[in-house]
Design a protein around this ligand. Structure first.
Ligand SMILES: Nc1ncnc2c1ncn2[C@@H]1O[C@H](COP(=O)(O)OP(=O)(O)OP(=O)(O)O)[C@@H](O)[C@H]1O
Ligand SMILES: [Mg+2]
Length: 257
């Protein structure tokens, strides 16, 4: 098990040596601290992701998972006050959210954010308006045949699972390097969860790097290559997803499962 204490011993995230800043992995999150107003929420979070990897970012309610994703996507809230975020040698920490999106970070929020009054296809085309363009509609529809079938239907009238597929598809329509998913399985039947998990594997096979935040930790761990567990805004585990699945004590301590 690679506990963060071990990483500290190796000096991987040693603040003084500033390692992540000089030798970034594909996506390197280094000692980020983020605030909602005066509230100190993301308290020095560090992790790396390799290209084409799926990382499960887990933790109990209020652990700071959504806040961490929003910080990486460079949303205004929470405000990043310390640390660095590097994507493929580009400093995300110096960017605003639209610049991070142009650099290849695509956040699919928990509410899925499908635009009312627009069809499935219009939702996708809207995502392609601002350059640089991502996947073509054909490529997206090949991955999500259900969306091709429903392309003239209004997006918000789709089932929950189909809306999640549309939200992911829309992220692929932008120039994407890293997909950040916040609770993609929420409210979905197990059979639909499996279908989306299979699609996420296909997306990984096409070289996309994914961070998945999920309350359904078991489903996320089965999908993921690696896991990072947060507790009260700090990383308490960074290691293989399989080890978390097998370590009951760890799971009950930090995930309550
Ligand atoms: N807009 C906000 N303003 C102030 N505090 C916030 C805001 N959003 C979240 N918080 C607080 O930040 C902490 C982390 O919240 P966050 O939503 O990141 O947790 P989470 O791990 O995603 O939880 P959940 O599993 O419930 O989605 C919580 O204590 C929460 O109350
Ligand atoms: Mg959340």
């Amino acid at each position: 098990m690679t506990h963060v204490e071990h990483l500290d011993i190796e000096g991987k995230f040693d603040k003084k040596r500033n390692m992540a800043a000089t030798a970034p992995k594909y996506l390197s999150v280094w000692d980020i601290e983020a605030y909602y107003g005066e509230s100190y929420i993301v308290q020095g979070v560090s992790f790396d992701i390799h290209e084409g990897e799926i990382l499960a970012l887990l933790g109990r309610n209020g652990a700071g998972k959504t806040s961490t994703l929003r910080t990486i996507a460079r949303m205004d809230d929470p405000e990043l006050k310390h640390g660095e975020i590097w994507l493929d040698h580009k400093p995300l920490h110096n960017m605003r959210s639209h610049e991070a999106s142009q650099a290849g970070i695509q956040l699919v929020p928990e509410d899925r954010n499908i635009i009312p009054g627009l069809t499935v296809e219009e939702n996708l085309k809207l995502a392609q308006i601002a350059p640089p363009k991502g996947w073509s509609l054909d490529r997206v529809y090949d991955l999500f045949p259900r969306l091709r079938e429903r392309r003239t239907q209004e997006g918000v009238t789709l089932s929950g699972g189909e809306q999640q597929m549309l939200a992911i598809a829309r992220a692929l329509c932008r120039d994407i390097k890293v997909l950040l998913l916040d609770e993609p399985y929420e409210g979905l039947a197990p059979v639909i969860v499996q279908e989306i998990a299979k699609t996420l594997e296909l997306i990984r096979d096409q070289g996309i790097t994914t961070v998945i935040v999920e309350q359904n930790a078991v489903a996320a761990l089965k999908l993921a290559d690696r896991a990072v567990i947060l507790d009260i805004g700090k990383v308490v585990y960074d290691g293989s997803a399989k080890e978390v699945l097998e370590d009951e004590a760890l799971r009950s301590k930090y995930l309550a499962i």
